[in-house]
Ligand binder design. Sequence first.
Ligand SMILES: Cc1cc2nc3c(=O)[nH]c(=O)nc-3n(C[C@H](O)[C@H](O)[C@H](O)COP(=O)(O)OP(=O)(O)OC[C@H]3O[C@@H](n4cnc5c(N)ncnc54)[C@H](O)[C@@H]3O)c2cc1C
Length: 434
Amino acid sequence: MEVTNDNNCSWVKDLIPRINIKTLQSNEDCEWLIIGAGYTGLSAARKLGHLYPEQKIILVDAQLAGEGASSRNSGYLVDTTLNDGFTSNKELDNYKKKAYIYYLGINSVKKFINEYQADCDWNECGKYFASSKKKDEKILKKFSDTLTKLGFEHNLLSNNQLSKRLGTNFYNIALHTKGGVLLHPGKLVRAMIDVLPKNVCLYENSSLLNWNKTKDIISCQFKNGKIKTKKVIFATNGFLKSLGIKSNYNFPITLTASMTRPLTDDEFKSIGQPNEWGVLPVRPMGATIRMTKDKRILIRNTAEVHNPFKMKKIDLEKRSINQRIGIKKRFPQLPEDLIQSSWSGVVSRTRNSSQIFEKIDNNIFAAGSYNGSGIGVGTLFGEQIAIKASEQNTKEIETIEARNKPNWLPPQPFLNFGIKTRLIYERIRAKSEL
Ligand SMILES: Cc1cc2nc3c(=O)[nH]c(=O)nc-3n(C[C@H](O)[C@H](O)[C@H](O)COP(=O)(O)OP(=O)(O)OC[C@H]3O[C@@H](n4cnc5c(N)ncnc54)[C@H](O)[C@@H]3O)c2cc1C
């Protein structure tokens, strides 16, 4: 199966189309092969390119580089999460370890944008965990206790304060965390493509069909060619399972999102001209909603088990209608037909919200499964898996390896049945928050 995306993502459309796209058309040999050119694969390639300027490094993607989930996300570079999976981690010590990994992730992205002067609309405005239900105050107070114990600056806000800051009366209670960044995900990943070292050869629209290892050589079969390599890094995130990587530990989930056109000055005035903001839901399946710095509204309110390789136009349209309703609920004064584009993207999840960072066999490495928080962690894991594959060690690797490992998942059909049931349950619980 080949990955086929819709061409509708606003973040991608904001960018100038790239030229000089190379597709794999022959057989090649290399020292290093990286499969998947999102934040993880690009960061691994960048790191290897600097570590081994004389060696041949090939980076391959099934579609245009960066145009998978890395361009299709909501752009929250998080320092903390409330709903990081449907088996959220409640113990303080584990939460602390996870938050420290987020911290390292933010630092990796920060370092990248400072080093390369990358413009990605970086805004350290924090984020809101918000709900229309007053009774969710209980959840937020508990979360506030955790954040206080760990020293994260935050405050609880009520309806009045929220309507001034967000321009909507919809939310009754929220917790604002000072940490966390909002950014333009497409610009960030494009910057990573633009600065790939010279010895990294990028092939796009070249899907890996199958692979095997004989003695110390790994052979990867693509549609129009084969690559033989000494070492390989799998960075395909939502598609790790389809390539047989850690299959019993991760599964793909498809998310859909929509973005409006920029609001006119009058429309923006009618909602009180708020500064840029980002809201995450208190109930796991509620809507993520964001006001961008150029006055567009982004909404994501679906997460489902779906064919990860393709979403049909008609299915996307159905989801877009729900997103239009979600925007209308929050901003009744705005026109109905604001949505300019809707798109789908695939993420990888694990049972206990822990990520994959591993040597899975001699010379074979994998990083991914960020459970919806992959901007920072993907950048960090990409760099660090390259270092691990080079048989070197860092403090970051030690921290990552001290995290909880992903839990084993039951086989099909039990797995899909379990996930679907859980998603339906969470969706019902979050009905008012969609
Ligand atoms: C709608 C949506 C909203 C999100 N919101 C956020 C957010 O606000 N904050 C956040 O931190 N994260 C968010 N995420 C998650 C985030 O986008 C991912 O965690 C991140 O993109 C992972 O990066 P990656 O490089 O590991 O994977 P990807 O970006 O998915 O890249 C993997 C690449 O592998 C390629 N590939 C797959 N199979 C093959 C194959 N067989 N051969 C060759 N190449 C292959 C794909 O084409 C793809 O380009 C969101 C995701 C979505 C979809």
